[in-house]
Ligand binder design. Structure first.
Ligand code: TXD
Length: 307
């Protein structure tokens, strides 16, 4: 049986475990620092098994020994940015959390694929890669699948069509500098520009870039978790079932796109070994420039990590 561990039993982590259990992708372990939280959520979830009809184990724990021999470890642990906290404060706190978790993953699940969800995403993916010392194809971050799903949904709203018919692509850093790519976005194979006016397209692009903040403003406390957890499931499923699916992920680059020693969102082929390869798109020159600008700003933030 495949074993999947999820670190962080908060909104994203617990919703993810529910989705994974209900799709019977593997046996599940949910870890958190808060005593009783993962145990309580795991028990509640297992009590739904007779009703929902799934037959996998869900264990909640505060002890990393329980992640032993996991095939996939998903990291959703971290603090959200709070009032008064600077971006650098958040980076320092969350990278400390990523460092602790990385050492436990190395100790107990040294052959796992490590999927990072904690924000700021591209930096935390890079930090996890450095802290674990894992091969780059085994460490990746979830950002672009969520951003692309949001872009697809907003396009579907504009077109009044089924969101499932929209194939959208968003690359770049997971944040304000993300790059929704209309030239790689289609609806049932039809290029998006043949269906949507440029005004409607730019509305969809800007709503996509602000989508995380739109949810935070509505919720008042906390951030999105339904779509993020669904995006993580797609990635975990691609690994566990060796689907070789093509989707954007934050990945380590060693020369492709003219970029080195950085993690940023680009399309990859995802399968059992993790990142099977990074797909090189023939980007328009302004998009390539924008991608390089966002890696420049990531690089300045990397200097605030204690690596
Ligand atoms: O697209 C994406 N990548 C994202 C990222 C989409 C949505 C949320 N995104 C980020 O995921 C968000 O900015 C946070 O950094 C994480 C988790 O978000 P969530 O909404 O689940 O946060 P919660 O509900 O506060 O849960 C975090 C949990 C909480 O239960 C803490 O007790 C736990 O993390 N935590 C830890 N667990 C284990 N080990 C350590 N060290 C630890 N520290 C905190």
């Amino acid at each position: 049986m495949v074993k999947i561990s999820v670190v962080g039993a908060g909104m994203v982590g617990a919703t993810l475990v529910q989705r994974l259990a209900e799709s019977e992708l593997g046996d599940l372990v949910m870890i958190d620092v808060v005593d009783g939280l993962p145990q309580g959520k795991a028990l509640d979830l297992m009590e739904s098994a007779p009703l929902c009809g799934f037959d996998v184990d869900v264990v909640g724990s505060n002890d990393y020994r329980d992640i032993e021999s996991s095939d996939v470890v998903v990291v959703t642990a971290g603090l959200p940015r709070k009032p008064g906290m600077t971006r650098d404060d958040l980076i320092r706190i969350n990278s400390g959390i990523i460092r602790d978790i990385s050492s436990k993953v190395v100790e107990y699940a040294s052959s796992a694929i490590l999927l990072v969800v904690t924000n700021p995403l591209d930096l935390m993916t890079y930090a996890a890669l450095k802290y674990t010392g894992f091969e780059p194809h085994r460490v990746l971050g979830m950002g672009g699948v969520l951003d692309s799903a949001r872009f697809a949904y907003f396009i579907a709203l504009e077109l009044d069509c089924s969101p499932t018919d929209v194939q959208a692509m968003v690359i770049g850093s997971h944040g304000d500098m993300m790059l929704p790519l209309p030239e790689y976005t289609t609806v049932s194979g039809i290029p998006i520009r043949e269906l949507l006016s440029s005004d409607a397209l730019s509305r969809s692009v800007s709503r996509t870039v602000n989508a995380g903040a739109e949810i935070v403003d509505l919720l008042k406390t906390g951030s999105a978790f339904y779509a993020p957890s669904a995006a993580i499931v797609r990635m975990v499923e691609a690994v566990v079932h060796n689907q070789r699916r093509i989707m954007p992920a934050s990945v380590y680059l060693d020369g492709k796109y003219g970029l080195k020693d950085i993690c940023i969102g680009l399309p990859v082929r995802l399968g059992r070994g993790g990142v099977l390869d990074v797909i090189e798109l023939d980007l328009q020159s302004e998009t390539m420039d924008a991608l390089h600008r966002s890696t420049d700003s990531l690089r300045t933030l990397i200097s605030s990590l204690e690596l």
